[in-house]
Design a binder for this molecule. Structure first.
Ligand code: AMP
Length: 854
């Protein structure tokens, strides 16, 4: 119709494409553009907030098409390769060996640079090259793996047809990076989260909060998000189209490199620049943009200078617009700012954990890959607060046996694949336990891997532990060449004289003391290891395929400066390895930041072993004057004064004496308000510590999408029949009731059965349509209904009344009395009864005896 603006006609014509917008949604600036980006999707959020930004999410060459675009609907098979976790065939290994060697060579080079104390910038350059080599290895590994055909188009078709989820505002053409969940998607997510609730909140006795999404600016200023949560971008000077700068440069280079006229030398320069992009400053990227005269890939127009684009959605709270804020980019901050109350609720005791599930908002410049990079998504986050000096976990023994696929930073540097080991081994480490013996090859190898870990610190100062190990190795010299880490570490230590070695910091331990005490493992501490294991158990429980799950450790350069250790749970999908859950030891960073910014102590009192005498200096206030001057805020002023450290109070005293006034937490105070300071010697029984935080952070949409891919199946006998083999516990509908005929005699049986199932809170779907039973089964399979009950002529005609119960994945059917159904299905759906047990107990059903009502 003529009244419909062009953009709507465009949408109505059925071209559902990616729409870009400039921060705000301006309909007339909609464009149909899907950026063709390089395969690696990683966000270059600066160091302070590097929170899972380097997912090894690999999308297809040419970028992921927008939902509903032609590319998506094209019947194109994606061959999902199985992962590199199992031992590989020798011939595959042979092909990977040179790439592994290249990664290792680069890893060694970096270690050496660090050992030699090379400048940071040189190390950074080499790290970028290491990343490029790692990616080549990963790509080749995936290429050589046995094919596991996965048809993404087929799955997308099913998801769309049965409305698991779809693009938001689809009738207006849709918006990239925003999705609506339909009935199936909603229920599946709810069930996943209900399992999550049981698994973490109930089992671990966690606290829970539900905090505001509208977050005032000072909170996110303190957390570092205002200053650092940004990507770089440029705009088309005429149309205002926005481009993520690193993507644009990569895309430009890819195009240039494919042109015949580009010389090899030019290609090499571009390759090098591409590998360095991740660590580049905005000015450096801008210089490249200008050097190559890059234009808008859509219009050929000029581009603006590079600018920082903060990924948070700015808002103004209230009608005046005076209170600035943001939609929260993560749920975690809500927990940190409530720490004091949570601690009180927990009777002042550590450790404790608090969880929050809710939406977070990130204004991604180029959202893509369906649900994997969106602008609005649900997070389920846990903040576990513990003593910074004791990160042991009382229940650790209960998970110590859990076997995990761990892809350590060291293995990534050496070009090795992920390794299976128990979390017990990974945390406790077996390295030093055998040091006293060091006789067998495996003991030497264990030592080697311990020293591999240790080799990260060789750029820094060694400690007395290194001296001890160095001496213990003396009888084993020269070290065998297959112990590369030990050799390198030994070489490094040899460069110190005896005297220097004796003066290394740290306690002087004997080998036995080292081996008997806490040993260095791959995973920093028990609490972190415990959560990693629990994350894995949860993901397995909801249906993530074990061999498609690994934990990848952040390399030093990826990790935020304050983090001690960080592991991402990554799921293998047709887009590559996707970071679904981040699990980090964030030390005391967040609470310290908010303590400083809000002038409210977010700390815990820890009893001292022995009481000690301490000097205290407190500001003495004239309460009357302070009350008169600050009225309602007088308490905040006295609290701020009470929270000052000794040195801050002394500084305040000096300033008040010198100038007559001073500012504390934004309040102007005069000498008369604070006439003096009081010095006292006090016997103290407790000390104040800022707790460490271990944070498992789930991206619910990513887990949900991975789960769909992992459970998607096509029936062998009919490739039109597709279904999701989800575990019954998370299936939206647990059972279907299918009367074979719509004759009136069937209705009482069908209705009574459905009612008794509902009474037990079992979700049920009655399908009394006229379609063949086979078609009706296929329809319920598509929406993952795990069990189906068929009421047939034998049910009506024979007593006792029996029905068939069918299991979705095997399509096996058994015959059982109708009254047994509710309890059996309930136990099956709760995971308390296995189908194999049901199949063993009841006779197998082949066909009914009667075909008409008697
Ligand atoms: P982060 O705070 O960046 O470590 O993110 C925590 C988790 O949120 C990640 O492990 C992802 O699963 C998820 N996540 C982060 N960004 C996005 C996004 N743009 N779209 C969907 N999920 C995301």
């Amino acid at each position: 119709p003529s009244s419909v603006p062009p953009v709507f006609t465009f949408a109505l014509r059925g071209y559902m494409r990616t729409f870009y917008h400039l921060g705000r949604l301006t309909l007339n600036s909609f464009k149909s553009y899907t950026p063709v980006l390089s395969p690696q999707v990683s966000r270059s959020v600066p160091k302070v907030l590097v929170r899972g930004v380097t997912s090894s999410l690999v999308c297809q060459k040419g970028g992921s098409p927008a939902w509903g675009s032609k590319k998506h609907t094209a019947k194109r098979k994606i061959r999902l390769k199985q992962l590199a976790l199992e031992m590989m065939e020798p011939e595959v290994e042979a092909q990977l060996a040179p790439l592994r060697a290249k990664v290792k060579e680069q890893g060694d080079k970096i270690r050496q640079l660090k050992a030699d104390g090379a400048p940071d910038v040189d190390v950074k350059v080499e790290v970028q090259l290491l990343k490029a080599r790692k990616k080549d290895l990963e790509d080749m590994t995936l290429k050589l793996m046995p094919a596991d055909t996965f048809d993404r188009a087929k799955m997308s078709d099913l998801i769309k047809r049965r409305f698991f989820y779809d693009q938001s505002f689809a009738i207006y053409g849709g918006i990239t990076g925003q999705y609506d969940y339909g009935p199936m998607g909603c229920d599946l997510v709810d069930n996943m989260l209900s399992e999550w609730h049981k698994h973490f909140i109930i089992q671990e006795r966690m606290l829970k909060v539900n905090c505001s999404i509208l977050t005032p600016e000072p909170v996110l200023k303190a957390s570092g998000h205002v200053d650092k949560f940004a990507d770089y971008m440029v705009k088309d000077v005429k149309t205002g189209e926005c481009f993520r700068l690193d993507h644009l440069i990569k895309q430009h280079f890819e195009k240039k490199m494919s042109e015949k006229k580009t010389t090899q030398e030019e290609k090499d320069i571009m390759t090098r620049k591409t590998t360095l992009l991740d660590g580049m400053t905005m000015a450096e990227m801008d210089a490249i943009l200008k050097e190559y005269g890059m234009k808008s890939p859509l219009t050929g127009n000029d581009l603006t200078d590079a600018m920082e684009f903060n990924l948070m959605f700015p808002i103004s709270i209230g009608p005046s617009g005076a209170l600035k804020g943001f939609l929260r980019p993560e749920t975690a901050q809500g927990i940190f700012v409530n720490f004091k109350r949570l601690l009180e609720y927990n009777q002042g005791k550590l450790p404790f954990a608090c969880a929050q599930v809710g939406n977070a908002y990130r204004n991604e410049i180029s959202p893509r890959s369906g649900l994997l990079r969106v602008r609005e998504f649900t997070m389920a986050e846990i903040e576990h607060f513990c003593d910074p000096d004791d990160k042991s976990f009382p229940k650790f023994a209960s998970v110590a046996h859990v076997e995990m696929n761990l892809y350590s930073a060291c293995a990534q540097m050496d070009g090795e694949s992920a390794k299976k080991m128990t979390i017990g081994e990974a945390v406790r480490g077996s390295g030093l336990s055998s040091l006293g013996l060091l006789q067998t090859t495996s003991e030497m190898e264990t030592l080697d891997s311990y020293l591999c870990d240790r080799s990260y610190i060789i750029g820094n100062e060694p400690t007395q532990a290194d001296t001890t190990v160095f001496q213990a190795l003396a009888p084993h010299l020269p070290l065998a060449s297959h112990l590369p880490h030990a050799c390198r570490w030994h070489r490094h230590l040899s460069s110190f004289t005896d005297k220097q070695q004796k003066s290394f910091p740290g306690e002087v331990n004997t080998v036995d003391e080292l081996t008997g005490g806490r040993k260095k493992g791959l995973v920093a501490n028990e609490t972190l290891g415990y959560y990693m294991a629990r994350i894995q158990l949860f993901l397995h429980k909801i249906g993530i395929v074990p061999r498609k799950l690994r934990f990848r450790q952040h390399m030093n350069n990826e990790m935020a400066h304050y983090a001690c250790d960080c592991w991402d749970a990554e799921c293998l999908t047709s887009y590559g390895w996707i970071e679904c859950v981040g699990c980090a030891d964030r030390s005391a960073f967040d609470l310290s930041q908010h303590t400083k910014a809000a002038s409210v102590k977010l700390c815990v009192e820890r009893p001292l072993k022995e009481p000690r005498m301490e000097e205290t200096v407190t500001a003495v206030t004239d309460k009357g004057l302070v009350g008169k001057a600050f009225k309602k805020e007088a308490k905040a002023v006295t609290d701020a004064l009470a929270n000052l450290s000794i040195s801050e109070t002394e500084e305040l005293d000096k300033t008040l004496t010198a100038k007559g006034e001073a500012e504390v937490a934004g309040y102007k105070l005069t000498r008369t308000m604070v006439p003096s300071v009081k010095r006292e010697q006090k016997k103290v029984h407790v000390e104040e510590i800022i707790p460490s935080v271990i944070e498992p952070s789930f991206g619910v949409g990513r887990v949900f999408y991975s789960l769909l891919e992992h459970s998607f199946r096509v029936r062998e006998d009919d490739d039109k029949k597709t279904y999701f083999a989800l575990p019954a516990t998370v299936c939206p509908i647990k059972v279907s009731v299918l009367p074979l005929s719509n004759k009136p005699e069937f209705a009482p049986f069908t209705n009574q059965l459905a009612d008794s199932l509902t009474e037990k809170n079992i979700t049920v779907r009655v399908d009394d349509s006229t379609g063949s039973i086979g078609r009706r089964y296929a329809r319920t399979d598509e929406i993952a209904v795990p069990f189906g009950v068929t009421v047939d002529f034998d049910t009506i005609n024979n007593t006792p009344h029996t029905v068939t119960l069918r299991e979705r994945d095997s399509t096996e059917q058994v015959r059982m009395p109708i009254e047994e159904i509710p309890e059996t299905v309930k136990r099956l759906a709760d995971g308390k009864l296995l189908w194999s047990e049901v199949a063993a107990k009841w006779p197998k059903f082949t066909q009914q005896e009667t075909g008409v009502t008697k």
